[in-house]
Design a protein. Structure first.
Length: 151
């Protein structure tokens, strides 16, 4: 085992049951949680892997389940990576689900460079994103009895 693969094994050891998929320097993992589907990507997102990364993320946008794209551990994010964000945004819009981006510093820098800071819904962490979805669910449940009284 090389030192790089040993480092990766240690890094993901605590994530038992959620296998990691590797595409040319990007490590991807998905978790289906009660409140949302969370796709976590770490490493590099560039021209070598963007198409496969985009297809991986798109595959896990599910109807009726919010989506979190956690890029907090992305260390290198090129301009091609912006197509990933646009693809997720478009797919979630088409399916009709909310989504949230957890950007790393590298991703934030690219968002600033493309004036995209307000184009995508963001949160500081996955728990923050899940709490936002939970608040939305509570608000809908609070409004539902009012709607049935009106109808």
């Amino acid at each position: 085992m090389t030192s790089a693969s040993a480092h990766q094994a240690r890094r993901f050891a605590h994530r038992y049951g959620n296998p990691v998929t590797e595409y040319d320097g990007a490590e991807l993992r998905v978790q289906c949680r009660q409140l949302a589907t969370v796709v976590t990507i770490s490493g590099r997102i560039d021209e070598k892997n963007i198409e496969r990364v985009r297809q991986y993320a798109k595959r896990y946008v599910l109807a009726e389940k919010p989506f979190v794209l956690d890029l907090n551990e992305v260390t290198f994010f090129t301009s091609q990576g912006m197509s990933l964000l646009h693809c997720v945004d478009e797919t979630c819009s088409t399916v009709g689900v909310e989504w949230c981006l957890i950007p790393s510093q590298s991703v934030r820098g690219m968002l600033r460079a493309f004036d995209g800071e307000s184009a995508f819904p963001t949160a500081d962490s996955t728990p923050d994103a899940l709490n936002r979805f939970l608040e939305t669910i509570h608000e809908r449940r609070r409004l539902l009895p009012l709607l049935t009284k009106i109808a």
